[in-house]
Design a protein around this ligand. Structure first.
Ligand code: 5AD
Ligand code: FES
Length: 344
């Protein structure tokens, strides 16, 4: 099955098309492609949000440096190991270490944590999601055993990028980081927010074109949700419908990709993640962080899975996934980029 190719005009049409018939058709098409590659399997990733300190000041993000209302926390290496231990018992074979860009965690500390996890759980994949670092740092983490790296590009349009980020950040640097990660050998994930402030349909098409250039293994997208202690307070949120549409388009164009039904999708709508799976997503990333700190990792308002019920995310998600006819599998869930005879 070849990746579908769409012209800019086609993409624009699809993105703007609101008819329910068309959307159903698109979701079915996406689901057929997903099932051809991945069957009804849904991969789980244990997400460990290990620090909410961040030296960056992205305008949309709740843990930005200038937000003085957040109580900051850091998990120590032994806390992170404890999360993995619990996660391993629950069937997780991928751990995603995500955090703000926090200089407290030097390259040595990150490498020690990564190699500690890989030594204890050699059958597991370790994914890092800790922002922009130098080529040398990325290389060190890779040598310590990190398998994958998530770094959303956020928007592929330079002007839009500078409306979402302060001047010290650049799209150029972000793109460079992504290509460095690929060159080193990581399985790379990128992606963007749907409905972020000032985003146009053209921007979304640029995002898709950038992804075609990068050829990432994972593509994470979710609706933008405004956070009250950011400069974007009160800005309109992205929608469920737009996000589902883009998931389906991405599945058609990137048949092999690992695409999560994200927490933000579950936040914007109680059935968002289930609908995301039906539109072509094939990954869920339940939270493995200690329940006591989950509320503090608030990138946006009303984030789900932060209360007491959230100790049970694994079970909760299992039921949700089954409710739409898929099944969670305990496997590392590496990308199936080239299935039999499917070379591009
Ligand atoms: N709404 C939705 N997603 C957000 N992210 C950050 N802030 C928000 C927000 N307000 C996303 C970014 C980042 C990922 C970890 O979370 O895309 O890369
Ligand atoms: Fe976290 Fe349902 S997935 S409580």
């Amino acid at each position: 099955m070849k990746p579908m190719r769409f012209s800019d005009d086609e993409l624009k049409n699809y993105i703007l098309q609101e008819s329910a018939d068309f959307n159903d058709y698109l979701f079915k098409e996406a689901d057929t492609i997903r099932q051809y590659y991945y069957g009804r399997d849904v991969y789980i990733r244990g997400l460990i949000e290990f620090t909410n300190y961040c030296k960056n000041n992205c305008f949309y993000c709740g843990i930005r440096r200038d937000n003085t209302c957040v109580e900051r926390y850091r998990l120590m290496p032994e806390d992170i190991m404890a999360c993995c231990e619990e996660g391993y018992g629950l069937g997780f074979r991928t751990f995603v270490l995500q955090g703000g860009e926090d200089p407290y965690y030097t390259d040595d500390v990150i490498c020690r944590v990564v190699s500690g996890i890989k030594d204890k759980y050699p059958d597991c994949a370790v994914t890092l999601s800790i922002g922009e670092k130098s080529y040398e740092s990325y290389l060190e983490y890779y040598r310590a055993g990190a398998d994958r790296y998530l770094l959303r590009h956020e928007t592929a349009d330079g002007a839009h990028y500078s409306r979402l980020h302060p001047a010290e950040m650049s799209l150029e640097n972000r793109k460079k980081s992504l290509f460095n990660l690929k060159e080193i050998g990581y399985q790379v994930g990128s992606g963007f927010m749907v409905g972020s402030p000032y985003q146009t349909t053209e921007n979304l098409i640029q995002d898709i074109r950038f992804l075609q250039e990068l050829e990432p293994d994972m593509i994470g997208i979710g609706p933008y949700i405004s956070h009250e202690n950011t400069p974007f307070k009160g800005k309109e949120n992205g929608t469920l419908a737009q996000t589902l549409k883009l998931i389906a388009i991405l599945r058609c164009m990137f048949p092999y990709a690992l695409i999560p039904a994200t927490t933000s999708l579950g936040t914007i709508d109680p059935r968002g993640r289930e609908l995301g799976l039906k539109a072509g997503a094939n990954v869920v990333m339940p939270n493995l962080s200690p329940v006591g700190v989950r509320e503090l990792y608030s990138l946006y308002d009303n984030k789900i899975c932060t209360g007491d019920e959230a100790a049970q995310c694994r079970v909760c998600l299992e039921k949700r996934v089954e409710s739409v006819g898929y099944k969670i599998v305990t496997a590392r869930g590496d990308v199936k980029r080239f299935s039999e005879g499917d070379k591009k």
